[in-house]
Design a protein. Structure first.
Ligand code: PLP
Length: 361
């Protein structure tokens, strides 16, 4: 089956080297080669998070598994948590945390708007354990500024959790420098690996503040992952069976990222996103978010007058074999979304996409 050109906001097309790993025979999830790849993966994750002293965990699962691992490990039922929400994934974060029986209060702003910082500071006048927010809102193509949210949370003695699913590796995210306490991402976006690994990073101070015996659960308890690394690290450093193809593909994707360099990769995302935005605005599209907050990894735009976005999505697929996405929630039937993450951030294929868009309006 011809996979077509995948411009949805993740998963993204896999580089040939990563696909090669997926096609290999299965290998053991332990032993010398695994220990080496595991240790290199940890080093590369610290590099990716710009956090040399963070605890990092390549959890096998989707991005939401990582959010749940953070919730299990660092939150307790009844804790007050403030969720900053301005789109689908902010709302989803709230839903996930509520299922953990924390008292999750939402500081909401309309989909497509920037976070409401005044409302956040007011909410933080009540003692709060944690502030959780989405760095890059994949539903609206809005990037939320990290610094003001981290500052407001820390001023109120709350720890900060960042959903970096559609940002890490594509947007600047100086985890260590900003003093972010915990973050998570997913392999299928800017890292350009197959879906199925959810990297978590935790700052040492947050890690050391928790009594491991107070954590419920086993698989999504980060202390289980830590224990295996410490106690079985010389032969079997991960607690369960992880697909060897997936793990080595993830390792290969991180190796490619490291070779390109994080700064160069972020700059590539910025350049390609700017070209796509300019091309689409030229065709009459309008970005949903405020100009200063437009994302370099996901574009979300309303089409020109008279163009039905769902018809456009269909035509691109049927006539050009190109996949883009429609809107989510209240933006369904009103917007299109295009990913420029990892392999998608390529000037030549963006040209191709823009030509197909022009022909499909
Ligand atoms: C910002 C954001 N958070 C969380 C998720 C959930 O990731 P997953 O589907 O891997 O659980 C996504 C998926 O698109 C996302 O874009």
């Amino acid at each position: 089956m011809d996979p077509g050109l995948l411009f949805i906001p993740g998963p993204v097309p896999l580089p040939p080297e990563v696909r090669e790993e997926m096609a290999k025979a299965a290998l053991p999830h332990y032993g010398d080669a695994w220990v080496k790849a595991h240790s290199e993966t940890h080093d590369m994750l610290r590099y990716l998070w710009s956090a040399p002293d963070a605890h990092v965990f390549p959890i096998a699962g989707p991005g939401h598994a990582a959010l749940e691992a953070i919730a299990y490990t660092f939150l307790r039922p009844g804790d007050r948590v403030v969720v900053v929400s301005n789109g689908f994934f902010g709302e989803r974060t709230h839903e996930v945390l509520q299922s953990h029986r924390v008292k999750a209060e939402v500081v909401a702003s309309p989909w497509g708007a920037a976070p409401d910082l005044a409302k956040l500071r007011a909410a933080l006048k009540t003692p709060t354990k944690a502030v959780v927010f989405v760095h890059n809102e994949t539903s609206t193509g809005v990037t939320n500024a990290l610094e003001p949210i981290v500052e407001a949370a820390h001023a109120a003695d709350a720890f900060v959790v960042v959903d970096a699913v559609s940002s890490l590796g594509g947007l600047p995210l100086p985890f260590g420098k900003l003093g972010i306490d915990a973050g998570f991402t997913a392999s299928q976006k800017c890292i350009a690996a197959p879906a199925g690994i959810a990297p978590v990073a935790v700052a040492p101070a947050l890690w050391e503040s928790v009594d491991p015996t107070s954590v419920e659960g086993w698989y999504l308890n980060l202390f289980t992952w830590d224990r295996y690394e410490r106690e079985w690290g010389d032969w079997h450093p991960t607690p369960t069976t992880i697909s060897s193809n997936l793990f080595y593909a993830f390792h290969r994707a991180l190796t490619l990222l490291r070779k390109e360099g994080l700064e160069a990769r972020v700059a590539r995302h910025a350049k390609v996103a700017a070209k796509l935005r300019a091309g689409l605005i030229d065709l009459g599209f309008k970005p949903v978010g405020p100009a200063a907050h437009l994302s370099n990894t996901v574009a979300c735009l309303t089409p020109p007058e008279g163009v039905d976005p769902m018809r456009l999505v269909r035509r691109l697929k049927e006539e050009h074999n190109i996949y883009i996405s429609g809107g989510l929630g209240p933006l369904r039937g009103k917007t299109i979304r295009i990913g420029t993450m990892g392999t998608q951030a390529d000037l030549e294929t963006i040209d191709w996409l823009l030509k197909a868009m022009r022909a499909s309006l």
